[in-house]
Design a protein around this ligand. Sequence first.
Ligand SMILES: *Cc1c(COP(=O)(O)O)cnc(C)c1O
Length: 421
Amino acid sequence: MMERSILEADHEVAGIIGDELDRQQKTLMMIPSENYASRAVMAACGSILTNKYAEGYPYKRYYNGCENYDKLEQLAIDRAKALFGADHANVQPHTGTAANMAAYWALLEPGDSMLAMSVPQGGHLTHGDKVNFSGQRYDCHFYGLDPDTDQLNYDAILDQAKELRPKLIIAGASAYPRIIDFMKFKEIADEVGAYLMADIAHICGLVAAECHPDPVPYCDVVTSTTHKTLRGPRGALALCKEKWAKALDRAVFPGVQAGPLMHIIGAKAVAFNEAQEFGFREYQRQIIRNAQQLARTLQRHDFDLVTGGTDNHLLLVRLTNKNITGKVAADLLEAAGIVVNKNLVPNDPLSAKETSGIRPGTPAITSRKMKEAEMEMIGDWMARVIDNGLNSDGSPNEDVLGAVRAEVEELCEAFPIYQSF
Ligand SMILES: *Cc1c(COP(=O)(O)O)cnc(C)c1O
């Protein structure tokens, strides 16, 4: 039993993995929180490191037999600190959500107040949404976007912070296409005596490559996922100033989690190393250039981009002028091999299940080495699908979808991924 390959051991699961490899190879993955992890990252995820309990921290474990895990986790910590220039790093959080839970655990008491970006304006569930633990455990208040520009208005956030005097201000978003000015957030936090946390889950790779302003100098705690632009394994990390190191470590373990996922920590170490390699910075720069080219192409086809463009890896497209919902558009695009997610746009009149927008991103297709010329093709196809993908009776136009799908597959073949699998 122990020595069988997955093909021999479980043809059902192996078959599904095979189908998913096919999907990842033959479609354009344009969900901005997704990426293609390297073979080296996946080798660590799929390694024998999954076999061991290592509760505790390096050289302070509750289990015997951890000498290799001590070295491994210390390596991941040292690499994270070097990559981000942080005083302290905790590489154990299983998810971005767990990292945020631990950050609040370290900084706040239940019932304390926080001020963060609301979900309908681009924030994340874990920043105080009432359906999430954060909204139920803390006293949560929200800033939004300027109604005229759809961008952060730091003067308005300062006014709100002065009124509210929150204990914690959170900077960070899941659907915001512009630069976040962490220095301005620090000025606001200082003015009202609040702690400052940045959640850079989406833009982590851009920050690591110095393609986006760095929050680390300004924040008490910085949390991030490792699987989005950073292109590591599914997981997260938390960085903090030295004075929070003990509180943060205690918050992660034993506060929020028990045993760490040591195979994933191994893969995080690999990803932090990849992010220091020559080429990673150029990769992140290309992600932005690709997003900006896609923006220009879509604008040529009369698409309405929230904020008029992008500074980062994603676009927020308001589809109101195209008379189609985000849900219908995303489903049509998927049928044509272009996978994006529907997304609320600022002040969206529709529900989160329908939405008036989509949120395409370029991290994964840039990992395939696609560049500006390919973005023009993709933008043209997106326009063809959204403008002509429905028949007058509302049914999908299979001719249009099929034709685009064939072109998408041809492009994917020209930019292969995971050829050796
Ligand atoms: C993706 C994301 C998270 C959550 O990460 P999970 O790993 O899905 O829990 C947290 N914050 C922001 C801003 C995100 O975009």
